[in-house]
Design a protein around this ligand. Structure first.
Ligand code: ZN
Length: 282
């Protein structure tokens, strides 16, 4: 009797789950897998796109509801909040707030995720890569926490508190890091150039360094129709929606192609050129 297929995603803020992995999570949930999301913070110091939606005081509570909306749109379980505070962008005063996620005791945070792993027994875990996508301190910390928890959960000598509560050590089989292939940026800029659209700040990115080198990508998930769930999930994050990105000016078909295919690098597995198309396959 095999255990239920389960994915545990570990991210930092409401909306992290939507853009990079939303279609993948929606697809597996629709196919019967249990999909759980750990979110370290409520995104208390994120953008406020419209002052009618939130104030700095209410933003965390508003974004909690936005994440609940997003999880429903993706068809996944209720989010599990770790209860830390958004640490803000690198170099801001928010980094020093005592409740900030980056200032939390590392072992304490890992212990919370280990407990979730031992309870849910996921075969698959998903989190940010080492860069945190674009270097947000909370994204980087989520990566570090998830990676350590992935290894620690199966160790009977670590985090005895959850074992004393009757849980068993458990090792998930696969850990995946989200990745945007470098080629994605090249393709997008080529399309924009062909259309005569000014790419704005996007035009300044270093195409030799941005994202993940295409040859390092080891997993590509085609999500087909579930890209619609991802778009609905994304739309839940009203406070974070910025008007008119250059991405939104791409032709529908091109944009959907980019959105429906999500990429990962599997931790501890070197690139062989073969691309895995199922998170659960060996
Ligand atoms: Zn984030």
């Amino acid at each position: 009797m095999s255990e239920q297929r389960t994915i545990l995603a570990v991210f930092a803020h409401p909306d992290d789950e939507a853009l990079g992995v939303g279609a993948t999570l929606a697809r597996y949930a629709a196919e019967g897998a249990r999909v759980a999301l750990v979110c370290a913070t409520r995104g208390e110091v994120g953008e406020i796109s419209d002052p009618a939606l939130a104030t700095p005081e209410t933003l965390g509570a508003v974004r909690e509801q936005e994440l609940r909306c997003s999880c429903q749109a993706l068809g996944i379980g209720e989010p599990l909040f770790l209860g830390y505070r958004d640490s803000g962008m690198a170099g801001t005063d928010e980094n020093r707030h005592p409740a900030a996620f980056v200032n939390a005791d590392f072992e304490e945070v890992v212990g919370k995720v280990v407990r979730v792993i031992r309870e849910l027994r996921p075969q698959v875990m998903v989190t940010f890569d080492r860069s945190g996508g674009y270097g947000h301190p909370d994204h980087v910390r989520a990566h570090e926490v998830a990676t350590d928890a992935f290894h620690a959960a199966g160790d009977p000598a670590r985090f005895l508190d959850s074992l004393q509560d009757g849980l068993q050590p458990y090792s998930p089989q696969h850990l995946y890091y989200t990745a945007i292939p470098r080629g994605f940026f090249k393709n997008m800029l080529t399309h924009l150039k062909d259309m005569g659209v000014d790419a704005g700040p996007m035009g300044q990115i270093d195409l030799d360094r941005v994202g993940t080198a295409d040859e390092e990508i080891t997993v590509a998930i085609e999500s087909g129709e579930y890209v619609q769930n991802k778009l609905r999930a994304f739309a839940c994050h009203c406070t974070q929606l910025s008007p008119e990105s250059v991405f939104s000016r791409l032709p529908e078909g091109v944009r959907m192609g980019f959105m429906a295919r999500e990429h990962f690098v599997e931790a501890g597995v070197g690139a062989t050129g073969a691309i895995k198309t199922d998170l659960f396959s060996p």
